[in-house]
Design a protein around this ligand. Structure first.
Ligand code: KIV
Ligand code: NA
Length: 264
């Protein structure tokens, strides 16, 4: 039987060894990633990274379920967390519950993630009290891009810090098992991490978090441009292009298929 890491096991790692996470949208890369990660997030960034969208507001529940299912099928050990897309949870706790359970039933993932702080606390409590583990997401919340006027680093103005800390405390008190902290200045990340009893998972939020997450394709060098907070650990873009170029040259030179690839 498959034994996966659970949401409570992630929660219990507050203040301990750093939690390692990556986004994942795809069965084969998920299988590689889970060998080294504690959880995998099927992020709604899939809309931008895999489907060429400009932001995440166009991502649907069906798209999240399709990729969530692929990642669960491709893995056996990591906790798989699936993002709830824009419009699928904000309206009411009951609607959020209906859509979260649909994601869990159809993907067999172990938790969902949703964006928002204090204003989503009631929904987080409603879900967790009814069997849905919730990862929260505060700071820079990409689904609010049209309200914020783009993707903007949070906490540059010290007067906003208390509100961000209050968001973290509210989602933790509501029962979130962990919270993604995105795009905040380092001293704010430290304040948030010190203020809550659940792990903070940082992205663009310094080393002062209990764990880190990156978009896999960003750290693999598959995107031509990456933000400042990304460290590129591989250069897959040029490697892929080289392979494609070799194939194209071989076909044009009638060097592929060769002896080894032909049925006799
Ligand atoms: O969608 C996503 O990839 C995310 C992570 C960046 C946290 O929400
Ligand atoms: Na997301």
């Amino acid at each position: 039987p498959k034994r996966r890491i659970t949401a409570p096991q992630i929660a219990a790692r507050k203040g301990g060894d750093p939690i390692v996470a990556l986004t994942s949208y795809h069965a084969h890369t998920a299988a590689l990633a889970e060998r080294h990660c504690d959880f995998l997030l099927v992020g709604d960034s899939v809309g931008m990274v895999m489907h060429g969208m400009e932001n995440t507001t166009g991502v649907t529940l069906e798209l999240m379920i399709l990729h969530g299912r692929a990642v669960v099928r491709g893995t056996s050990r990591a906790l798989v967390v699936v993002d709830m897309p824009f419009g699928s949870y904000e309206e009411s706790p009951a609607i959020a519950f209906r859509n979260a359970t649909r994601i869990m039933k159809e993907t067999q993932c172990g938790a969902v993630k949703l964006e928002g702080g204090a204003q989503m606390a009631e929904t987080i409590r409603f879900l967790t009290e009814r069997g849905v583990p919730v990862m929260a997401h505060i700071g820079l919340t990409p689904q609010s891009t049209h309200v914020m006027g783009g993707f903007k680093t949070q906490g540059r103005d010290e007067e906003t810090w208390d509100a961000h800390v209050a968001d973290a405390v509210a989602v933790a008190e509501a029962g979130a098992f962990a919270v993604v902290v995105e795009g905040v200045v380092e001293p704010l990340a430290r304040r948030i991490t010190d203020a809550v009893p659940i792990p903070t998972i940082g992205i663009g939020a310094s080393a002062r978090c209990d764990g880190q997450i990156l978009v896999l394709e960003d750290m693999l060098g598959l995107n031509p441009w990456v933000p400042k907070f990304v460290k590129v650990y591989g250069r897959l873009g040029p490697m892929i292009e080289e392979a494609i170029e070799g194939y194209a040259q071989d076909v044009r030179a009638r060097a592929f298929p060769g002896e080894d690839q032909v049925y006799r």
